[in-house]
Design a protein around this ligand. Structure first.
Ligand code: GLN
Length: 478
């Protein structure tokens, strides 16, 4: 197995035996970053800094046999919406060009505390709004499997940085699929924990009641370790669950597994035949292995996308009001009255997709339309959650395709609505706050990958990982 494709466990074994040093590992990744720079995954590479940290860790290990922590030898890239103290943070936007983070996100700090090394900041759709990574002010990211194709988004840089073997794992953010969907398009694993598991402190807010930090990697166990290091209460994020409720719900899965799939997810007109076939053949296989796999009906399926987009746009319009050229962000050069200065700064600083969502969000929150759109979408969200809770009382997990199609062409000219509709399977987990994971499921006729998505009850991450392990064995033999 080539060095850069090794799992964390294999890396740590090699470090322990002295066959590998952190420095040589980091240098190999840096060479790989250079070789693949045309993919546009990295916005900034922390070369010298990463090498210096690796050297320090090597010294401590050889001189004093001290291992820096659980993430010794784990090299990460981080999405450009996650704060790393004194490092530039732009959210893929002109609005924050040159802005430096004043503190590190709790998630980042916890990785560092366990010996992880951060190698660079990676590209994403502006303010994490998008599904293709074509909405970054810093240009699109290319899928390493076919450079004419998108890597997915909004954490496209995260996915490609792992796909191109430039790091072991990447931190992304997942508001409506942004970690899982690009993982699926790049043949990787993408994991989003329950809402309330990983602190959002230091994560640039898009839609606060949906946002979670997630991980993209190649190996389930690696991702699980990273998750375990980052999760847990933090005084800076009041929405995190307490450790007690964490323990209560961590039951593991027994055999046979009890799985449900949503009937309407397979009758969806946009679903690619190859994906449908691969998914169905897995259902047959699980059944033949003695697992329970039932179809459940989801009458609210058609309301998933509208409620997600109404609510996230509303939250975004509020969260993004701080970028006014005074408190934060780009300020126009054109002088004028105060009102004009705000307007010009925001007009020049934000890209089209971000503006579209701010306008949509402001509209659905406005006095005349609040009840018709925002309040109604909140009610629909509650109904969807109730339905999901009922399923998870009966089943260990809900399985479905991650995406209706594989990655599309860069510059395909798809309309915004077409792109929103492609999120049909990804936003459910965020509406209900559950953990979800995408693992490789198969390839279409032109060898582009697609993923299998698994969702389990809120705060049952350990169970989700064990189900993913069971399904992974099957998937590999597809
Ligand atoms: N594609 C979704 C959106 O544009 C998801 C974004 C995300 O998860 N950050 O809102």
């Amino acid at each position: 197995m080539p060095l850069l494709a090794k799992s964390l466990n294999e890396i740590q074994e090699a470090l322990r035996r002295g066959e590998l040093t952190c420095e040589s590992l980091v240098r190999s990744y840096l060479t790989q970053i250079e070789k693949t720079s045309h993919l546009n995954a990295y916005l900034e590479v922390y070369g010298e800094e990463a090498v210096a940290l690796a050297q320090a860790q090597d010294r401590i290990f050889t001189e004093r046999s001290i291992i820096p922590g659980k993430l010794w030898g784990a090299v990460f890239s981080i999405k450009d919406v996650i704060s790393y103290k004194d490092h530039v943070l732009t959210a893929g936007s002109k609005m924050l060009q040159g802005y430096r983070a004043l503190y590190s996100a709790t998630a980042v700090q916890r990785l560092l505390n366990e010996g992880a090394i951060i190698i660079g900041r990676v590209n994403c759709d502006e303010f994490a709004m998008g599904s293709d990574n074509e909405r970054s002010y810093y240009g699109p990211v290319k899928n390493a499997l076919d450079e004419q194709k998108i890597p997915g988004g909004s954490s496209g840089g995260s996915a490609v940085s792992v796909q191109a073997n430039t790091c072991l794992m990447s931190l992304g953010s997942d508001t409506g699929g942004s970690v899982r969907q690009p993982a699926s398009f790049c043949n990787l694993i993408g994991f989003k924990p329950s809402y309330g598991r990983i602190s959002r402190h230091g994560l640039i807010a898009y839609a606060s009641s949906f946002d979670q930090i997630g991980v993209i990697g190649r190996n389930l166990d690696d991702i699980r370790v990273a998750y375990q290091v980052m999760q847990g209460p933090d005084k800076y994020d009041g929405t995190l669950v307490s450790q007690d409720s964490v323990l209560e719900k961590q039951d593991s899965v027994g055999a046979p597994m009890r799985l449900a799939y949503i009937e309407q997810s397979l009758t969806h007109t946009g679903l690619h035949d190859d994906i449908k076939r691969a998914f169905k053949s897995n259902i047959t296989k699980w059944k033949s292995q003695g697992h329970v796999v039932d179809a459940v009906s989801f009458e609210l399926m058609d309301f998933v996308i509208p409620s997600y987009y109404v609510l996230t746009a509303a939250e975004a319009s509020s969260n993004l009001s701080r970028y006014d050229g005074i408190r934060y962000g780009y300020r126009t050069d054109a002088a004028g009255k105060l009102d004009e200065m705000y307007t010009r700064s925001r007009t020049e600083g934000f890209g089209a997709e971000v503006k579209r969502r701010i306008l949509l969000g402001t509209f659905v929150l406005s006095v005349g339309y609040y009840d018709a759109y925002f309040a109604k979408a909140q009610k629909v969200r509650r109904l969807i959650r109730n339905q999901f809770e009922a399923w998870t009382k009966q089943y260990d997990a809900i399985v479905m395709p991650m995406t209706p199609t594989t990655a599309w062409q860069i510059g395909s000219g798809k309309s915004p609505v077409e792109i929103y509709l492609a999120d049909i399977y990804s936003v459910l987990a965020n509406l209900v706050g559950s953990p979800a994971i995408s693992i490789p499921l198969g390839h279409d006729a032109v060898k582009m990958p697609f993923g299998l998505q698994i969702l389990s009850a809120c705060f049952t991450e350990e169970k989700l990982f064990s189900i993913a392990h069971l399904c992974e064995t099957d998937v590999k033999s597809v």
